[in-house]
Design a protein. Structure first.
Length: 78
């Protein structure tokens, strides 16, 4: 397996990685690899599913219905 060294990581990013790794019960290395895989391989959850789940968690979202216009009939003779 190949190795990758990343230098000059901002301290806040390193701390956030450590927190996220702890939340998922993984090492920082495993968490970073998981993040890279999801970002590059596209195995992350689709954004629309995240949006739906978030809306369900707060009891739904009411959106105003947009105003509609009568479609134009072009090239049609009545």
């Amino acid at each position: 397996m190949a190795s990758l060294l990343i230098r000059d990581i901002p301290e806040t990013t390193k701390k956030n990685l450590a927190v996220r790794a702890a939340q998922h019960g993984r090492s920082q290395q495993s968490e970073a690899l998981c993040i890279l895989r999801e970002a590059i391989d596209g195995n992350s959850e689709p954004w629309i599913d995240i949006l739906r789940r978030t809306a369900e968690d707060v009891g739904g979202i009411e959106l105003p219905e947009p105003a509609r216009h009568t479609p134009r009939l072009t090239g049609v003779q009545l």
